[in-house]
Ligand binder design. Structure first.
Ligand code: ADP
Ligand code: MG
Length: 255
């Protein structure tokens, strides 16, 4: 697919919730097709709200979101969502369905009957053994469950992946392994990925471009390298302080 058809554009997007909270405040951005962008910020800064305007789980109060130059509102939401993978924080697998059935949901909704081969392929893609297809989510570890969540999001071969704190409740080793796996899938499948995280270190290690959100606005927009060199200003520096100090202390310990 040509790069520009996978561009995601936010044009003056704002979202005010009933009750008066302006969760997203005049965001304008162009996300290049094929890029891996991290959306970082403290809790309540508007990251999830902004992300959900892409697949229309939230409709902006003003402004619009475009994919490949066309408004996301141009067609029915269910067709839009088939082109956009979505991985959410608490994974959200259906507990009474097997991993395979969870992965196949989108395919069934799209009218496919024979999903077994595609499910095997998807499990292989996220590096899970084929026989995990018959397990229920309770019989999987947190990391394995999130791999199933990623496989489900990839089922309809989307061009765009949205991930909302995909590593939320995972231990650090599982977290790092899954992060690398997701970045590798992004590269291999040529996806455009927008990943929400509150973890600046994760954003720096995985993304091509880091957007820092504060109070509904984009407070910084730079590559990991430029952010580390100070290009992000005060909002970014506050988030950079923790991983930077940890890295320095670890380097000292190793001396
Ligand atoms: P983040 O993902 O960065 O933690 P959110 O986008 O979830 O932030 O929320 C941004 C702000 O909007 C917060 O103040 C939150 O309480 C508010 N908010 C989010 N969803 C709703 C909603 N459905 N109704 C009212 N307020 C909401
Ligand atoms: Mg959130």
């Amino acid at each position: 697919m040509p790069e520009q058809t996978r561009n995601v554009t936010f044009k003056n997007v704002s979202k005010a919730f009933a009750g008066g909270v302006t969760a997203v405040d005049q965001v304008s951005l162009e996300i290049a097709g094929g890029s891996f962008v991290a959306l970082v910020g403290s809790s309540g800064s508007g990251k999830s709200t902004l992300l959900k305007t892409v697949n229309r789980l939230i409709e902006p109060s003003t402004g619009e979101v475009l994919i490949g130059g066309a408004s996301v509102r141009a067609g029915p939401a269910h067709l839009l969502r088939r082109r956009i993978g979505y991985v959410f924080q608490n994974v959200g697998l259906f507990p009474h369905m097997t991993a395979g059935e969870n992965v196949a949901i989108g395919l069934k909704l799209a009218g496919e009957r024979d999903t077994a081969a595609r499910v095997s392929e998807l499990l292989a893609l996220v590096e899970l053994p084929e026989d995990f297809a018959t397990r229920i989510p309770d019989a999987l570890s947190g990391g394995q469950r999130q791999r199933v969540g990623v496989a489900r999001a990839l089922a309809c071969a989307p061009a765009i992946m949205l991930m909302d704190e995909p590593f939320g409740a995972l231990d650090p080793v599982t977290h790092a392994g899954l992060g690398k796996a997701i970045r590798a899938l992004h590269d291999r499948l040529g996806l455009t990925t927008i990943m929400v995280t509150h973890d600046m270190a994760e954003a720096l290690l995985l993304a091509d471009r880091v957007l820092v959100m504060a109070a509904g606005r984009i407070a910084a927009d730079a590559s990991p390298r430029d952010l580390l060199a100070g290009a992000g200003g005060a909002a970014a520096d506050a988030l950079l302080a923790v991983p930077r100090e940890q890295a320095e202390r670890l380097a000292e310990l190793a001396r």
